[in-house]
Design a protein around this ligand. Sequence first.
Ligand SMILES: Cc1cc2nc3c(=O)[nH]c(=O)nc-3n(C[C@H](O)[C@H](O)[C@H](O)COP(=O)(O)OP(=O)(O)OC[C@H]3O[C@@H](n4cnc5c(N)ncnc54)[C@H](O)[C@@H]3O)c2cc1C
Ligand SMILES: NC(=O)c1ccc[n+]([C@@H]2O[C@H](COP(=O)([O-])OP(=O)(O)OC[C@H]3O[C@@H](n4cnc5c(N)ncnc54)[C@H](O)[C@@H]3O)[C@@H](O)[C@H]2O)c1
Ligand SMILES: O=C1O[C@H]([C@@H](O)CO)C(O)=C1O
Length: 484
Amino acid sequence: MASAAAGTAGYCSQTSWALRRLGGAALPSAAAAAPRRRSFSVSAAAGFDNQNREYVIVGGGNAAGYAARTFVEHGMADGRLCIVSKEAVPPYERPALTKGYLFPPEKKPARLPGFHTCVGSGGQRQTAEWYKENGIEVLYEDPVEAFDGKTQTLKTSSGKILKYGSLIISTGCAAARLPEKIGGNLPGVHYIRDVADADSLVSSLGNAKKIVVIGGGYIGMEVAAAACGWNLDTTIIFPEDHIMPRLFTPSLAKKYEELYEQNGVKFVKGALIDKLDAGSDGRVSSAVLKDGSVVEADTVIVGIGAKPAVSPFEAVGVNNEVGGIEVDSMFRTSIPSIFAIGDVAAFPLKMYNRIARVEHVDHARKSAHHCIETLLTSQAKAYDYLPYFYSRVFEYEGSSRKIWWQFYGDNVGETVEVGNFDPKIATFWIDSDSRLKGVFLESGTSEEFALLPKLARSQPIVDKAKLKSASSVEDALEIASSSL
Ligand SMILES: Cc1cc2nc3c(=O)[nH]c(=O)nc-3n(C[C@H](O)[C@H](O)[C@H](O)COP(=O)(O)OP(=O)(O)OC[C@H]3O[C@@H](n4cnc5c(N)ncnc54)[C@H](O)[C@@H]3O)c2cc1C
Ligand SMILES: NC(=O)c1ccc[n+]([C@@H]2O[C@H](COP(=O)([O-])OP(=O)(O)OC[C@H]3O[C@@H](n4cnc5c(N)ncnc54)[C@H](O)[C@@H]3O)[C@@H](O)[C@H]2O)c1
Ligand SMILES: O=C1O[C@H]([C@@H](O)CO)C(O)=C1O
């Protein structure tokens, strides 16, 4: 790669080709006028690398992997695409980290390179060799630390200066952390966002006896179930009165909580953490709650939500309500030739006429594909996403009962629950116009699961009384889909 002294006029003018290539107009936005917080001087930067990259993806996660695949499908990767990643390995299917990755050693845990993207949706496994063979440059363990939209340059932590034609921001989220002053960084306290975090957790689980899981959301539910597979004494602590409050109704949550309890998991609900204490060896030894009670633990896993990783791209335009980088329906930001996809993108959720961020893998995959496809083909097609969330727990061999659920749509309105969790249960969300808005199903068959997106997409009018009187989940799905 060519290196030269930086900051020449010639260097700046080399970007004009890239601007000319840009398909579509940029979004007008107040954010475009926001002050640049982390700009840097190209002339002062060390390690200048003046080779233009036509396309640069920042972030090496789920969305990046699927974006790379779309570049390859269009014959636009070879020699033109660079991925700049904070991680040491190529993109992988992040959902595996709290599922197959946490199986106990004797139950064949998933390990890389087994789950590189795009195997999670039945695609080809994109290993480091795949990127090489397709002429995609990947910079590993070299996060972008500064961005200058005027000169279209990025600066990485190792001091590389990269000039981009089009920039795709796919930095995802970072785990929310408990403050250091209350013990959030003690040895034995884990957060789980990437494979390095998962490795660290696995090594703690090997020696653990008493686990505290803080947070009753996705990570809390998946990690607590995993800990059962390791036969560990497990307690989940969260501030709300039931698990998965962002999606589950109290009655649905109760069914899952009972199953966890049958597996030996204890719940401490409605509780806030005052601090995490350390033992004489410096490792975490207990969680102290605001009411003064103490729960002993040698390993703590914190799953209290995620925050969009917008830094150093704040100047591109951050949405004040949902966080993340604001984009239009083709993932274009307020600055020409800059795009944002995946967890970090605040995009128009067309179906429900609102701006949303969706922190789930299906959107990471689809937003990546949509953004790159529209960019490369100059087709002005609006993203029209149907929210889809799922989880799978107690999947390891020998577990008494596997759990797998899917949800499509919007969890708004009144709910109707059908089934008694033996093993099926379904919840239907119905608005005041009797339209079905969202649908949840546990342990469905593939045909039943295939019905859910159809229902949530077409939002049929349903007869609530008839649905309530359904004799089984199968019957309820038939009633709901009778007018499809
Ligand atoms: C443990 C876990 C389990 C999950 N399970 C599920 C599930 O079962 N189902 C589901 O739908 N969703 C699940 N999710 C959510 C899903 O994984 C995310 O929605 C998806 O990974 C988002 O893709 P992304 O590319 O936007 O972000 P990510 O996959 O997080 O990738 C972002 C990448 O950017 C890198 N990065 C950040 N900042 C920089 C920088 N400045 N420079 C360079 N690189 C940077 C990060 O290191 C990371 O590699 C899970 C998430 C986690 C953490
Ligand atoms: N199956 C899936 O889709 C899946 C699985 C794992 C992770 N993820 C993703 O990973 C990210 C992180 O997941 P998560 O479970 O941490 O987030 P979450 O938002 O699902 O759950 C956070 C939970 O933390 C608790 N909480 C919030 N603030 C707290 C505080 N100060 N103290 C104690 N508890 C607190 C609440 O109980 C809340 O339900 C999210 O983007 C999520 O979508 C998704
Ligand atoms: O979407 C997913 O991808 C991974 C795994 O299937 C990849 O092999 C996983 O656990 C998911 O839930």
